[in-house]
Design a binder for this molecule. Structure first.
Ligand SMILES: [Zn+2]
Length: 193
């Protein structure tokens, strides 16, 4: 029985100063690095995802035409190859075993919608490594962490959210998301870092 860690979208555009920066994003990046220093060895698979949008289209309506509503339409963010799409500097990625890109030309909140650099899906990766347990950290609690967690549960995995290593777009929806995920079967835990 092996474990996987998902590190969702710890990217410059989602941390302070980014196009869609959330409060606490930099702290998540640094906290994830400390967590990996202490715990990377416990995981068979460590997957880090990046939102990775096309520069020349609205990515399936994901980029707002006018004012974003911050629910289904967003400011331009995480355009492939730009600094905003890179991992936050506070996140040391040495322990990451698989890098996933998602959102090319379309909205993609869950990392199950992406593919690894090797062209593999996350679902296949979990099968291939016999992963039953998935721990999840990253940004944003109320969007991509939420969607990735629900997909992991849907795929039959036992999910833990490390609640001190996530940050959300809005306090209220982030709180509601943690309640929703707990009802869906996720365990809410602290990282201890
Ligand atoms: Zn996006």
């Amino acid at each position: 029985m092996s474990k996987a860690l998902f590190i969702v979208d710890v990217q410059n555009d989602f941390t302070e100063g980014g196009a869609l920066g959330v409060d606490g994003g930099d702290a998540v990046a640094e906290g994830v690095t400390r967590y990996l220093e202490a715990h990377a060895g416990e995981y068979a698979v460590i997957v880090a995802s990046r939102d990775w949008h096309d520069p020349d289209n609205d990515n399936g309506g994901h980029f707002a035409d006018g004012e974003p509503d911050f629910v289904g339409t967003w400011p331009v963010h995480c355009v492939a190859g730009t600094a905003g799409a890179e991992y936050d500097e506070g996140f040391v990625t040495d322990a990451v075993t698989h890098h996933v890109h998602k959102g090319q030309g379309k909205p993609a909140y869950s990392l199950f919608e992406g593919v690894t650099d090797e062209g593999d899906t996350v679902a296949h990766l979990l099968e291939a490594h016999g992963v039953l347990d998935v721990d999840i950290v990253g940004i944003a609690t109320d969007y991509c962490v939420r969607a990735s967690a629900l997909d992991a549960i849907e795929h039959g995995r036992r999910v833990r959210i490390l609640t001190d290593l996530v940050a959300g777009v809005a306090a209220e929806s982030s709180e509601a998301t943690l309640v929703e995920l707990a009802h869906a079967g996720a365990v809410l835990a602290e990282s201890g870092v």
